[in-house]
Design a protein around this ligand. Structure first.
Ligand SMILES: NC(=O)c1ccc[n+]([C@@H]2O[C@H](COP(=O)([O-])OP(=O)(O)OC[C@H]3O[C@@H](n4cnc5c(N)ncnc54)[C@H](OP(=O)(O)O)[C@@H]3O)[C@@H](O)[C@H]2O)c1
Length: 387
């Protein structure tokens, strides 16, 4: 029997991390868990430790790590703490595959460390590519890293591109559900609560991405992600609303054919694909019964309702600075909305203001990316405080 591939999960306690655990549990003969990394959710981490029996656990929060000392000792699991330990775990030679599922740009250093070691990286953390797409893809090419997308739309594109000459490709079309506010009156958007915004109609996801989905910022970030992952210019990238979230993306070819990937909206399917694309592993999701589905609908995105789609076009016309500002300002605005410090409708104007303060240009080092990320976060907090 071939030896099992060893998997490290960055962001193990989150929505993607736990769905990855479900898929790995289905294939215990093919995968072993090396390291589980999270921030401070010790309750879920303890459940994962029992279930997956990792070699090592890293909590980036020191206190959280301290509270896992006894359970790790009793299970014979190595325990580490701090972000440096997370970065070391991502680069550790004992793992073959790294599932990058931390949320936000905070996931960039560890994910980039895995890429620099030439690992197979299953990438959920789209903010990495939005923030440092050029450096990330250059590092991957130099190190020979394999990057497989976990985001359902990008996993769908990956499949629809497979085996076809790029010359024949006309356009990539990502689908968007439209989120919980697709049909809500524009005037009433000022009053939506964080609870309403995270209640996604089709997907069960973490809080940050759920709010991003409600504002369509998620789709905007995904367009930038697709640009870097598939080396496709903005002019060949599009998005369309598909409320049922059954068709995850489409690739249109010069001969007029459109190849789409369909599946029930459940992240276990793209995760199973990303882990071993060539094997089409079982994922445990329900079968798609098209005859008993609601009709599949498609419609154009209204940019007045979803200004993120207008803004991302400007951002994609620029170089490296604008995407960093776009992402960092959004992370601050998204968190401020969830903390009830600003309204839902304040998020995109804040991002737009932050963009208007930036001068675009190239960023050739990670230090330059971080300096701009930090400066944008401070500026956006100031804008919130002044409002
Ligand atoms: N959820 C989805 O369906 C979905 C679909 C496509 C793409 N994605 C992408 O996947 C990523 C994760 O999304 P999610 O929905 O799974 O998020 P989530 O449920 O909020 O989980 C985030 C994970 O990241 C960890 N984390 C956050 N900050 C950290 C830090 N400083 N150090 C170490 N760990 C940290 C969290 O640890 P604690 O639990 O300890 O706080 C948690 O394990 C995002 O980039 C998102 O855009 C998600």
């Amino acid at each position: 029997m071939a030896s099992r591939q060893r998997v490290t999960i960055l962001g193990a306690t989150g929505s993607i991390g736990q769905s990855t655990a479900d898929v790995l549990a289905l294939h215990a003969d093919a995968f072993a868990v090396d390291t589980l990394v999270a921030w401070r959710n010790t309750e879920v981490m303890q459940q994962l430790m029992q279930r997956l029996q990792p070699r090592c656990v890293v909590m980036t929060d020191e206190q959280a790590a301290a509270s896992l000392l006894a359970p790790c000792q009793s299970l014979g699991i190595e325990l580490q703490s701090g972000m440096e330990a997370a970065i070391d775990a991502a680069a550790d030679a004992r793992s073959d595959i790294v599932v990058a599922a931390m949320v936000g740009a905070a996931g960039l250093p560890a994910t980039l460390a895995a890429v620099a070691q030439g690992k197979h990286v299953c990438l959920a953390n789209k903010e990495c590519l939005v923030t440092a797409g050029r450096l990330f893809m250059q590092t991957a090419a130099t190190a020979g890293a394999r990057i497989t997308p976990v985001d359902s739309e990008h996993a769908a594109v990956h499949q629809a591109l497979c085996g076809h000459d790029r010359q024949g490709m006309r356009k990539i079309i990502l689908t968007a559900s439209g989120g919980p506010f697709r049909n809500r009156s524009l005037a009433s958007l000022a009053d939506v609560t964080p609870e309403e915004a995270v209640a996604h109609p089709n997907w069960d996801m973490g809080a940050k991405i759920s709010v991003d989905s409600a504002s369509m910022m998620n789709k905007a970030l995904e367009l930038i992600e697709a640009h870097w992952l598939f080396d496709v210019p903005a002019s060949q990238l599009d998005a369309i609303i598909h409320p049922q979230s059954i068709v995850h993306a489409m690739v249109e070819y010069q001969d007029g054919s459109v190849l789409a990937q369909l599946a029930m909206p459940d992240m276990r399917s793209p995760i199973a694909y990303a882990l071993r694309p060539e094997l089409r592993l079982a994922s445990g999701i329900p079968w798609l019964e098209l005859a008993s589905q609601q009709p599949l609908e498609f419609m154009a995105i209204d940019e007045q309702r979803f200004p993120a789609m207008r803004l991302v076009r400007e951002v994609m016309r620029g170089e490296d600075v604008l995407p960093v500002v776009f992402n960092a300002a959004n992370e601050v605005a998204n968190a401020a909305f969830r903390q009830r410090r600003i309204r839902f409708v304040d998020m995109l104007p804040l991002v737009e203001q932050a963009l208007s303060l930036a001068s675009d240009g190239r960023l050739d080092t990670l230090d330059a990316v971080w300096a701009l990320d930090r400066q944008t976060r401070l500026q956006t907090e100031e804008l919130i405080a002044r409002a």
